[in-house]
Design a protein around this ligand. Structure first.
Ligand code: AMP
Ligand code: MG
Length: 397
């Protein structure tokens, strides 16, 4: 049997980045910058008012107090968005709104709260010093500065900055396009009636969500006929548009193993020393890497966690590609099969740093996985773990 680490290496080697691409800022959330962003302009782009108020020459109102207000003629009204160039004559004021361009000659802004708010002759009750309530051109960003670095994840704030700099598109590490194919004649789409012996398809839904959660794009195809020709045709129809194909089911030791029967030449089918998730496969179909996961739902998702999530995220340049791994104290006795790495579903109490297994080890108990928050990783040589032992935990968040 192949060790978990060896199969991890085989899978990781198949998953490689796509060429960077330019995307609209509106589609770039969560993607990783492929290039540094250099500011093409300064922010603010021009001196402007930080307050709603009056643009003045500070010396003109140096004597203003509540008891002895200074009166100035209001010569202009400057809302935000006014694009003509204005000049403030000494001894006058311009009414000005937040973000509006400061007229040439003005040295400060008096907030409207320190005035009577008049529009013809304003009465000003407080002085200001030169520069007060003025946002200077370039005080946030100077044109030519590198404001974001390649490798940074585009957060809402980073996208706001990109847009503020006037950039409509950004160069990013492309999302990988993943095709998820489920197989099984017994499968029926949720929302349709079941006949005896049929079950609802859940792996494609689950793995597609896991792929998206890992940051990649996904398309799904549910093959409800374990027929080699149909399966091959569907695979080839999609292979060229995918950077990675993930299949589930049809790889174990029975008959009607459609994935195994179809891909004997393209895929290396192996047994990995783990539970759940022993039957695995990796290879290439028509130039596209393919990973064949087992069909039992818990095996499928645990396999995705163990073999695919990290490499997928790494190939998209995402930070912390692997789940956080930690050591916690087990608060129950556990047994584990000799010779296999066991991944039990668990509940981690991060405050106490204790962990307990959750549900039976069998690979069809989806219910427990759905409410677990971690995986317990128990080594091949370990057959018994007593309460109080340290155990390795993958934090599923
Ligand atoms: P297989 O590996 O195809 O023999 O499948 C193993 C078990 O997983 C069987 O009980 C299947 O019915 C079940 N299974 C396989 N694929 C799916 C799927 N896409 N959704 C739900 N159950 C599945
Ligand atoms: Mg099957």
């Amino acid at each position: 049997m192949r060790l978990v680490e060896e199969h991890q290496r085989v899978v990781a080697a198949l998953i490689t980045p796509r060429a960077p691409q330019a995307v609209d800022v509106g589609d770039a959330l969560g993607l990783v910058l492929a290039d540094d962003v250099v500011a093409p302009l300064s922010l603010p782009g021009f001196d402007n008012s930080a307050m709603d108020g009056y643009a003045v020459v500070a010396e003109d109102i140096a004597a203003a107090t509540t008891d002895r207000p200074v009166k100035l003629v209001v010569a202009e009204d400057i809302p935000a968005g006014r694009t003509d160039s204005l000049v403030l004559a000494p001894g006058t004021a311009h009414r000005i709104m937040t973000g509006a361009p400061l007229p040439a000659g003005a040295t400060a802004v008096v907030p409207v709260e320190a005035t009577d708010g008049a529009i013809d002759t304003v009465s000003i009750r407080a002085s200001v010093v030169a520069g007060q309530h003025v946002r200077r051109a370039g005080e946030d960003v100077t044109a030519g500065t590198t404001v974001l670095r390649a490798g940074q994840v585009l957060t809402p704030a980073a996208l706001g900055l990109v847009a503020a700099l006037g950039l409509a598109r950004v160069d990013v590490v492309a999302r990988l396009r993943v095709l998820v194919m489920s197989t099984g004649t017994e499968l029926v789409a949720p929302g349709t009636p079941l006949r005896p012996g049929q079950i609802y398809e859940s792996n494609a839904v689950m793995l597609a969500a896991a792929v998206r959660d890992a940051g990649a794009d996904v398309t799904t195809s549910s093959m409800t006929d374990d027929d080699v020709d149909t399966f091959r045709a569907e695979l080839h129809r999609h292979a060229a548009d995918a950077d990675l194909i993930i299949t589930t089911g049809g790889v174990s030791a029975g008959a009607y193993e459609v994935v195994k029967d179809s891909l004997a030449e393209q895929v290396e089918f192996v047994k990995v020393a783990m539970q759940p998730g022993m039957p695995q496969g990796a290879g290439t179909v028509a130039g596209t890497p393919i990973i064949t996961l087992p069909g039992n739902p818990v095996s499928a998702l645990v396999s995705f966690e163990v073999f695919l999530r990290g490499p997928l995220r790494a190939a998209m340049g995402l930070p912390h590609p692997d789940r956080p791994r930690l050591t916690a104290t087990l608060i129950e006795d556990l047994t584990s099969p000799r010779g296999k790495r066991q991944f039990r579903r668990g509940v981690l109490d991060p405050t106490a740093n204790t962990v307990t297994s959750y549900g039976p080890p069998a690979s069809h108990h989806l219910r427990w996985l759905a409410s677990a928050n971690c995986l317990l990783e128990i080594g091949e040589d370990v057959t018994e773990l007593a309460a109080g032992s340290p155990v390795r935990v993958w934090d599923l968040g």
